[in-house]
Design a protein around this ligand. Structure first.
Ligand SMILES: Nc1nc2c(ncn2[C@@H]2O[C@H](COP(=O)(O)OP(=O)(O)OP(=O)(O)O)[C@@H](O)[C@H]2O)c(=O)[nH]1
Ligand SMILES: [Mg+2]
Length: 173
């Protein structure tokens, strides 16, 4: 074997190693796409839906205004992206909620746990309707008892306040 042949083999090997190193360092390519899920976020006006989603998107929750109609935010997590559609919770908007349920893969229901008894009763009825709705009743539900920092907040353990959260009162749809 000639010296020239050995030299070319070594040089070829070095080139291959260099190309592999270069590719590993510089040409990683885009990270794998994260799965996306469509969620609907409901709750009475002022319960804190927009504030919650703003925080999850690392946006400032200051100067949040009441949602008229709906708004959609893509909430990024390490392994998935949640496309959350918030439906405004004012009296005149709630009657249209069910028109926006189609295609949802999960539900976030936000409660103001420091609200008046009347508002709490309204929230209970809305939550009950959502849990019974044919397009939602089989989906995963997250019920968030918000405003827990307020002195008047009911604790999530209060069974008489949140009867629907306890297994024995859940009705299949
Ligand atoms: N103290 C306290 N205030 C909150 C909390 N969450 C939201 N707020 C405040 O409650 C007010 C209403 O919050 P929003 O996020 O606009 O409520 P929403 O559910 O989106 O209301 P709509 O869009 O009208 O349905 C804002 O002034 C928020 O700063 C909370 O956990 N604690
Ligand atoms: Mg809002």
């Amino acid at each position: 074997m000639s010296a020239w042949f050995i030299y070319s083999e070594v040089s070829l090997l070095c080139s291959c190693v260099c190309i592999k190193c270069f590719r590993a360092l510089c040409c990683k390519g885009p990270p794998p796409a994260r799965p996306e899920y469509d969620l609907v976020c409901i709750g009475l006006t002022g319960s804190g839906k927009t504030s919650l989603l703003s925080k999850l998107c690392s946006e400032s929750p200051e100067n949040v205004v009441s949602t008229t109609g709906f708004s959609i935010k893509a909430v990024p997590f390490q392994n998935a992206v949640l496309n959350v559609k918030e439906l405004g919770g004012a009296d005149n908007i709630r009657k249209y909620w069910s028109r926006y349920y189609q295609g949802s893969q999960g539900v976030i229901f936000v409660l103001d746990s420091a609200s008046s008894e009347d508002d709490l009763e309204t929230a209970r009825n809305e939550l009950h309707s959502a849990l019974q709705h044919p397009q939602l009743c089989t989906l995963p539900f997250l019920i968030l008892a918000n405003h827990q920092d307020k002195p008047a907040a009911r604790s999530v353990q209060e069974r008489n306040v949140w009867p629907f959260l306890h297994q024995e009162s859940a009705e299949p749809c």
